[in-house]
Design a protein around this ligand. Structure first.
Ligand code: HAS
Length: 567
């Protein structure tokens, strides 16, 4: 199949370039604070702050920039690219710029709140931790902007469907719509949490907040959020990876089924983050745990479909037998450098998936919840396949859209392998120490457990935390290579036509199966699953957990109401 090469009109080109360059520039800050976190953990920094930023302030910046801002901007930019490339139709330029301005403004407002030191509430912003109102307002603007971008694609898709009633929707378009349907369903409860509970509390209109309710609404959003991160990476795996590997996608049906299943099952699983929370009935926790095993299904399907696609590629490139074909894949091919980003992400995700299944298993969850195991898990998911796919595609797109030749190709290819080596050391040490020694997450251990001068010093944690920092250094080194190449490419002279050509795979099996050709039944099933999974526990909370709480105060961590009266 010939690949299309298309020109993108300047108004969209500038928009997409901005949406890629702005978050990658912020990522320099996010990555730096990741490294500093590992230094606190290892006890190499033994204070409350470093270079003017306090521990929780840095952790908030790290989580918000890397996990919320970078991912949301990338998903919108990538969605714009997918619609223009596969539907060959323009969406409203005006509305997409409005969306972009809102998202940028929201990011700057939230970043300002964090940098001012008033909003060190981490990316989950659980109450009792209270942020400055501008933190929440910025987050709302970012989300509303992303909604507007999504809404601008819908009429374009409808008109494409009208003009092409017999054609299957391109798989990439199914993938990006699945991503944003999940996002919309996830961000509605978030909007309720922020606008109805957090903002009035933060602005002083009410003095107390129901913590259980706020946490439940957050996780209603929070786990669907992780699939909002994952699905653009899956899109690249299904649509680009087989082609980059030199082969074909094993099954077009598998890709469609995976994306549509994620629409149904991404959100009714949030209580698996609250298995240890009081005030929520056991049966609802079990229901969410069962749904969680359901949402692992499309990933198992993906593992099978992609392994088969890689085998097809290996064999088309002259490989034989059961294992020999592995040696034929283009692991270090400079012309197909993007392959290495996607492939390494897959390898990491095997372990991200296994640790996720452990988390979801109710009894095992009590061993790993809130331990260092958890950052071990999510750096092998969002910090593995998602991150590598997003940074790889960002570089791929800025080079094509700005007509530049990618600089330092050898460094570019080294990035995913160096990142892999860092993740192996980082996540293994966190996981082992979390599960065997209960090393905690989100803790400034440099003040306590890894500080030999503290009575709380623990030598077991000291060693594993040092390994975590070594992993952090390797990951940072990978990102230095990446930033050097990214910005050198960006600031180099333009040498090519700015055109877009996406490496689109042909299907090996192009099944014509009607029940994966429409979004509607899956959206209805999603609504049904959400009603069953969330209405009863939300109705129970006011009965089971009617308590409200004032904001956390570090000078007096005990609620004023509950302090013992002075004698
Ligand atoms: Fe998770 C906590 C369960 C997937 C992210 N997760 C988190 C948190 C984050 C996160 C950020 O049930 C922490 C939140 C916080 O701050 O508290 N997670 C799961 C399960 C899955 C899962 C069952 N998580 C993800 C993904 C994420 C992500 C994806 C980001 C993108 N997670 C949990 C639970 C918790 C949790 C609990 C809460 C725990 C607690 O107590 O706090 C599943 O979706 C995973 C399914 C994946 C697979 C793997 C398929 C493998 C593939 C690769 C194939 C490789 C090939 C290459 C073909 C079944 C597709 C072959 C090559 C060779 C060389 C062999």
């Amino acid at each position: 199949m010939e690949m299309d090469r298309i020109k993108i009109t300047p108004i969209y080109r500038k928009l997409i370039l901005f949406q890629l360059i702005f978050p990658v520039s912020l990522l320099t800050l996010g990555i730096y604070h990741g490294l500093i976190q590992t230094f606190y953990r290892a006890g190499w920094i033994r204070s409350n702050s470093f270079l003017g930023l306090e521990y929780y302030q840095g952790l908030t910046l790290h989580g918000v920039i890397n996990a919320i801002v970078f991912t949301t901007f990338f998903a919108v930019a990538f969605g714009n690219v997918i619609i223009l490339y596969y539907l060959k139709k323009n969406f409203s330029a005006l509305w997409s710029w409005v969306a972009n301005i809102l998202m940028t403004l929201g990011t700057l407002v939230t970043a300002g709140a964090i940098l001012s030191g008033t909003s060190s509430v981490l990316y989950t912003f659980y109450p009792q931790l209270k942020a400055h109102p501008t933190f929440y307002i910025g987050a709302v603007l970012l989300v509303v902007g992303s909604w507007i971008a999504f809404f601008s694609w819908i009429p374009v898709y409808r008109s494409w469907k009208k003009e092409n009633p017999q054609e299957k929707t391109p798989l990439a378009v199914v993938g990006i719509f699945a991503t944003f349907i999940v996002w919309l369903s996830a961000t509605l409860p978030l909007a309720y949490e922020v606008l109805v509970l957090l903002l009035p509390w933060s602005m002083g209109f009410v003095s107390e907040i129901n913590v259980t309710l706020a946490r439940t609404l957050f996780w209603f959003f929070g786990h669907a959020l992780v699939y909002f991160w994952l699905l653009p990476a899956y899109l690249m795996y299904y649509v680009f990876l087989p082609r980059l590997a030199g082969g074909k996608l094993f099954s077009d049906f598998a890709g469609r089924l995976a994306f549509l299943t994620f629409i149904v099952l991404s959100a009714p699983v949030g209580l698996h983050h609250q298995l240890t929370d009081p005030g929520i009935g056991e049966k609802w926790k079990w229901l969410h745990a069962i749904f969680t095993f359901g949402v692992a299904f499309p990933s198992f399907l993906t593992a099978f479909a992609l392994a088969a696609s890689l085998e097809i590629a290996g064999k088309m490139r002259g490989g034989r037998g059961i294992f020999h074909w592995w040696s034929k894949l283009p692991y270090f091919d400079q012309d197909r450098w993007l392959f290495s980003y996607l492939f390494v992400g897959l390898v990491i995700f095997i372990f991200g998936g296994i640790t996720g299944i452990v988390n979801a298993s109710v009894s095992m969850n009590s061993l790993v919840h809130n331990t260092a195991w958890m950052p071990g898990h999510f750096h092998m998911t969002v910090g593995g396949p998602v991150f590598l796919a997003f940074i790889g595609m960002s570089l791929f797109l800025i080079a094509q859209l700005s007509g530049k030749i990618i600089r330092y190709k050898k460094a570019v290819i080294a990035v995913p392998y160096l990142w892999l080596s860092g993740i192996v050391v980082f996540s293994t040490s966190l996981s082992i120490s979390g599960i065997l020694y209960n090393e905690p997450r989100r803790t400034n251990m440099g003040l306590t457990y890894t500080n030999p001068n503290s009575p709380l010093f623990d030598s077991g944690w000291h060693l594993s935390a040092a390994f975590t920092a070594i992993g952090g250094i390797l990951m940072t080194l990978a990102m230095i290579f990446y930033f050097v190449s990214f910005f050198s490419t960006l600031f180099s002279k333009r040498e090519l036509e700015s055109e877009l050509e996406l490496p689109t795979s042909e299907p090996f099996h192009d099944e014509q199966i009607p029940f994966v050709q429409s979004f509607k039944p899956y959206i209805l099933l999603m609504i049904l699953a959400l009603l069953i999974a969330y209405i009863p526990p939300l109705l129970e909370i006011p009965k089971n957990a009617p308590f409200t709480s004032p904001p956390f105060n570090s000078d007096s961590p005990i609620s004023p109401k509950r302090e013992n009266p002075k004698p």
